[in-house]
Design a protein around this ligand. Structure first.
Ligand SMILES: Nc1ncnc2c1ncn2[C@@H]1O[C@H](COP(=O)(O)OP(=O)(O)O)[C@@H](O)[C@H]1O
Ligand SMILES: [Mg+2]
Length: 622
């Protein structure tokens, strides 16, 4: 229910419509691409490697369509010959031999069509699967190179939706639209030719009705699309409402707001039902109307055909039957083409979103060679004239300077929002500084790769990070070759060994996706054990014991002190009692270091730190 969440929700879009071949040009609204032409061009370049396969697919589609269009003509010949035999206008032998020939041809054509369609299908799938694979690969590689900032701004849902929905839409419709467009165009042309061959007079009648048919459909489809859009919007409102009630169910109950919530729901639900009726009514109108119009045209064709049957160059039964059959199949491909235009819109919109991710600015990285950088460090850290802000309009850190000698313990204290975590973010290059430089052992951190830089740090954060895997794997994350003894030793030091032993599976207990089968405090102890095992030269503890109760905290205090021995460490702690012994205490406020010194010095100074300390000391329950 927070502002941030609702904003993200607005961003989540529905996936574009999926039109099967022959689907009507209606139903769901189409999300339009911003730059249709540019993105289309880029998409064509992107799939350029598959040019030959796509060409083969096109050729096969033309062949299949050709067979499809020509085959009924042989049915016509068969029916006509039957009629001629009955009339006595040809001999029985002649007629039967004609029929057998036509029969053999027609069976071979259908067999050929079967084979071609199978190949086409397999080929089409192969191409779209490989394009999808390439796209997901490119996206994956890209995500790795994106700065943390990007993930701050985007919701997981949006990123996931690009991976699954958008890639799917694009790849599916590349082959589908290609096949549909080619097949539809050739069907229209082929059928027209066949109809003219049978009778140009009937063709004129058929063509006369056609625009009526196509335009009525298109007009109704357009109207119904608007209605469906409105329906979709109400559905979105309804979903949003339900989600809100869900996430806030406790609050709703707490404040006795059930009745109000229900009223709101009823209103939205009523509106949705209303919009649905409108949409369904129109789309329900379409099919019967189309059938009616086409039936009219068949009647016209049959009547005129009947009249022509008596003419000097008479039409036969086969001619009329097959003509009506062609006529029946004539409008569909034309409607399909209109449909594909919509499908292309959502394809290009999907491709646009994929390309948008691929175009995001990457983390800047000058260094390429991991080895030359920070192979062995003493742990000397220098912040020099640092400027940094998360966004351009709010300045945070301005001209910050700080030197930390190797092996010293630095505590950072200050109110929430003072910029403590930000300092860590800059040190680890989760964010890039705007001005100045951070040096480790005299080497500028921007001259090293992020990987080599981060390898030098051990971190225990307030938001514990565990992955789904066994406890053992989680603790050994920073040191892949750790032995069981080492892992157990680290866990003992972090005072989590006994707890692990009480679990039925012990160290092999698998942590769930978000590790909600263990408590927050235990999660923190596990990450502390991980840092102890990793044994880095520089340690960062950002409110590392904030979720641990005071008793456990005092237990692991010693372990942490031991862990910090001989290491440069940055300790951010809420409870000032935990950092009293730090070599230097930095007091931060509004992105600035406002006081600096050891505990005794700062108390004597009687400034911000003394205030903070006294207030905590006084409030502490005894
Ligand atoms: N990822 C972020 N994007 C934008 N602003 C942020 C981000 N993280 C922190 N801030 C802002 O920067 C300021 C300092 O935050 P932070 O360093 O997390 O404070 P502390 O750790 O001392 O509580 C706060 O005003 C906070 O709102
Ligand atoms: Mg913080």
């Amino acid at each position: 229910m927070t502002d941030k969440n609702s904003k993200k929700k607005e961003n989540t879009r529905q996936s574009g419509p999926k039109h099967g071949p022959g689907a009507m040009a209606m139903n769901r609204p189409v999300v339009k691409a911003k730059d249709f032409k540019g993105t289309t061009k880029r998409l064509l370049q992107y799939i350029g490697n598959y040019r030959i396969q796509l060409l083969v697919i096109s050729l096969f589609t033309i062949l299949v369509t050709g067979v499809m269009v020509v085959a009924p003509n042989f049915l016509r010949l068969i029916i006509n010959d039957l009629q001629r035999i009955i009339n006595g206008s040809i001999s029985q032998d002649q007629g039967i031999s004609n029929i057998i020939t036509a029969f053999v041809v027609i069976i071979s054509l259908y067999a050929l069509r079967y084979v071609l369609e199978v190949i086409l299908h397999l080929l089409g799938n192969k191409v779209s699967i490989s394009i999808g694979k390439k796209m997901r690969n490119d996206l994956r590689t890209k995500l790795e190179k994106l700065p943390i900032k990007y993930f701050d701004e985007k919701s997981t849902g949006d990123v996931l939706s690009v991976f699954s929905n958008d890639v799917d839409i694009v790849t599916n419709s590349i082959q589908q639209s290609l096949i549909n467009v080619i097949s539809s165009v050739f069907q229209v042309l082929g059928i027209l030719v066949m109809m003219i061959i049978i009778s140009w007079k009937l063709t004129i009648i058929a063509l006369f009705v056609l625009p009526l048919y196509v335009f009525t459909t298109m007009i109704i489809a357009k109207k119904s699309q608007a209605k469906f859009k409105a329906q979709q919007k109400e559905l979105g409102n309804l979903n949003g409402h339900i989600e809100e009630i869900f996430t806030a169910s406790k609050i709703v109950k707490l404040f006795n707001k059930e009745e109000e919530a229900y009223k709101e729901f009823s209103t939205i639900n009523y509106k949705l039902a209303d919009k649905m009726r409108g949409a369904q009514f129109l789309s329900g109108l379409i099919r019967p109307l189309m059938t009616f119009i086409s039936n009219l045209s068949y009647v016209a064709v049959v009547i005129v055909g009947g009249i022509l049957a008596g003419a000097t160059n008479p039409l036969l039964v086969g001619d009329i039957t097959v003509f009506v059959n062609y006529q029946r199949n004539f409008a569909q491909p034309i409607l399909n083409i209109a449909n594909i235009a919509n499908q292309l819109q959502s394809t290009i919109a999907g491709a646009e979103r994929v390309f948008m991710v691929l175009d995001e600015t990457e983390e800047l990285n000058k260094a390429t060679d991991d080895e030359i950088c920070l192979s062995e460090v003493d742990g000397h850290v220098l912040f020099e004239n640092i400027d940094f802000s998360y966004s351009k309009d709010t300045e945070l850190i301005k001209n910050l300077n700080l030197e930390v000698k190797p092996g010293k313990q630095i505590a950072i204290v200050g109110h929430t929002g003072a910029g403590k975590t930000t300092l860590v973010n800059l040190l680890m290059r989760f964010y890039e500084i705007d001005k100045g430089g951070i040096y480790i052992d005299g080497i500028k951190t921007t001259d090293c790769t992020r990987v080599s830089l981060r390898k030098k740090f051990g971190m225990v954060l307030q938001d514990t990070w565990l992955f789904s895997g066994s406890i053992k794997e989680n603790v050994a994350y920073g040191k892949a070759n750790a032995t069981d003894q080492e892992i157990i030793k680290a866990c003992k030091q972090a005072h989590v060994h006994h707890y692990i032993e009480t679990l039925p599976e012990g160290y092999d207990t698998v942590l769930k996706e978000d590790a909600d089968n263990i408590s927050q405090g235990q999660k923190q102890l596990l990450t502390i054990a991980r840092a102890i095992l990793f044994d880095p030269k520089i340690l960062i503890l950002d409110e590392a014991t904030s979720s641990v109760d005071t008793r456990t905290e005092s237990y692991i205090q010693n372990a942490m002190l031991k862990m910090m021995e001989g290491k440069t460490s940055f300790v951010i702690a809420h409870r000032l009692s935990t950092i009293k012994n730090a070599n230097t205490i930095l007091v931060m406020d509004h992105g600035q270091i406002v006081e600096q010194g050891n505990h005794q010095e700062l108390l004597e100074k009687n400034g911000v730190y003394a205030d903070l300390y006294n207030s905590q000391f006084l409030n502490k329950p005894i």
